[in-house]
Design a protein. Structure first.
Length: 271
């Protein structure tokens, strides 16, 4: 886990940020970006929540700051690859196009420094509910948003008590039998596709559960999310992969203090 000096990585993978929702932990993500340096950034889907934004507009300054930070990284020479998910699926219409240095791709192959090859995909195409019963997916999303609203209130109370971030929604999801069965099936389906493509592993998001484990000879890696767990996958310069749990690593008081300093020097306007 980082010691909170500037951390150097070869590659960083983040997904399920859900900008445009109240559950998005933009402050923690901004803190992570501020304290890391890397050559390439993979945005592995659901970065902006188009589903939620169709129902109502919510876009605080911190969400705008995330977009500005990412565009600034691209302008500085960081390779930024945006792989859309189901919540930002309209971006899939622009696969192969560059936006301000950000390239959009349906999926891609990432080769680590030690020569391993990974399929990078959001993962929603391996979710039977999203593919075959989209109405049920939207219904479930509405219920999930209600749970995240409760999560936000719960953590506001924790902050007043001087406690760190803790995801109520992730805790409950991890104890529901059907959710665990769904996650297991999702992971197995992605492992099967990885094997079919003849690569060493898969890096995905979608289910908001950070994980790294071998499944029948292929390495399954889920980078988690920035709504519940606040996790990222990083590749070190030697090719080693690691999941960083930023919510556990950084006390919210330290994050807010850092943002207070950052706000004294606001981000430049979008180019």
């Amino acid at each position: 886990m980082p010691d909170f000096g500037l951390q150097r990585y070869r590659s960083v993978f983040i997904s399920d940020v859900h900008l445009g929702t109240r559950g998005c932990q933009a402050e923690l993500l901004l803190d992570f970006i501020r304290l890391t340096e890397f050559d390439r950034l993979y945005l592995v889907g659901d970065i902006v929540d188009g589903w939620k934004m169709k129902r109502g507009w919510f876009w605080p300054q911190s969400h705008n700051d995330v977009v500005q930070k990412i565009l600034r990284l691209a302008r500085r020479g960081v390779e930024v690859i945006y792989i859309p998910g189901n919540h930002d699926d309209q971006v899939r219409d622009f696969c192969g196009i560059h936006f301000g240095g950000v390239v959009v791709a349906r999926d891609t192959i990432h080769q680590t420094a030690d020569g391993r090859r990974f399929l990078v995909t959001h993962g929603d195409e391996f979710d039977g509910v999203v593919r075959y019963a989209p109405w049920l997916a939207h219904l479930g999303d509405a219920a999930y948003c209600a749970l995240l609203a409760a999560n936000t209130t719960f953590n506001r109370l924790r902050r007043r008590l001087g406690l760190g971030y803790w995801s109520l929604s992730a805790y409950l999801k991890g104890r529901v039998k059907n959710a665990l069965q769904f996650i297991d099936g999702f992971e197995t389906a992605l492992a099967d596709e990885t094997r079919r493509r003849g690569v060493d592993g898969v890096i995905c998001g979608h289910i908001h559960k950070a994980e790294m484990r071998m499944i029948d000879g292929v390495l399954y890696v889920n980078d988690g999310d920035w709504v519940e767990s606040c996790t990222a996958l990083v590749e070190h310069d030697d090719g080693r992969l690691e999941i960083l749990d930023w919510a556990k690593a950084r006390p919210l008081a330290a994050v807010h203090a850092a943002r207070g300093l950052a706000n004294a020097e606001p981000e430049p306007a979008l180019a």
